[in-house]
Design a protein. Sequence first.
Length: 445
Amino acid sequence: MSTIIYPITNLKTGTDMSVVRGEGVYVYDDQGKQYLEGMSGLWCTALGYGNQELVQTAAQQMTDLSYSSMFFGKTHPVGEALAEKLAAMAPVERPHMFFGNSGSDANDTQLKILRYYFNAIGKPNKKKVIARQRSYHGITMGSACLTGLEVNHTNFDLPVEALGILRTDAPFYYRDRLEGETESQFVDRILGNLEAMIVREDPETIAAFIAEPITGASGVIVAPDGYYQKLRALLAKYDIFFIADEVITGFGRTGNAFGCETMSIGAPDMMSVAKQLSSAYQPISAAIVRGDIYDALVEPSNRIGVFGHGYTYSCHPVAAAVALKTLEIYERDNIFGIAAETGDYFQQQLKTFATHSIVGEVRGRGLMAAVELQNHARGEAFPLAVSDFLRRACLEEGLILRDVGTAIAFCPPLIITRTQIDDLLARFGRALDKTAAWVEQEGLL
């Protein structure tokens, strides 16, 4: 029996797979079975497994400088180089960034910077943050409060109200629309709900709105056309910042460098990145803020003596070196452009499952998608046991996918080829047919 407390796992049933090595888009278990890694680990291994450039970069950096903190005015060249490279890419005006270790701590940092900033500019009451239902923004105490998934809240007694976190509708037209409601009417209704809440709470108390351009763990929800444009206009009307959580959608995942571009959101005021920043070869994240937000932090830190926030491993030199090399590979090898073309092919081929007997919707952008399961006979979603069965059926076929509520999610490495996509979808098709047969056998239709 392992002494590990496993993350996001049923602690009673424990583990069902031990991964021992990876190569390209494949991983292998301790029995030697090959799996096509259709989730890029956790939405993150963009360059696949065993990339020797990244391995050698990490080894060289460990030799040169295995660790140095950035506390108390110290810096190191590789961290500075990464910051400059990322600043040149980020769709944020005059960006400044704070490095951490995960998407969760990046969003935690955003919460703290918001408070620090509004205290600095003399608006201490402007602290509330609006997050959406069916969202995922992390798992630390603060970022878990932003997350809008019940499973991440139950039994934890999170201080949601104490942190001033407000909740609004998800732009999930397929599940949340009213009968006969068009996409445009749906958007107007949920944004009307949002504006009513802003007015009720007092806009002078609301600091920001946080959103994933396309959601991940909640089911790869793609907002209807016009949603983000109307949302940004509404936030501007009430002087509320927009925080883009690009932890999953950043670095080529949706067909562009960032999800904000794919979804025509415009430049965010603040942006969180992680995961594909280093292709998951090292843990690293960045909380990116507009230049004027950073400017407001400077003088208070001078009065106090320090900016009192930081992690032991903030901008760890090995992680920074690997992230820098990852960004260089993306640019040198046109990874985003190639992935955009492959992503178009993937989306087209995946849509062939839209007419399957237990499928309700196929959605996504680039190399990120979901297949929503639906009980057409009853006009409702299947119980979660069905998507779990499908995930396990995929494993039997040598394919790793993830059930996300009533859907199954796809997020293969950006280096996947068309031939490998065909293989992925063939494996998925067999698993889907097995699931349909099981659903009928269990009398769930």
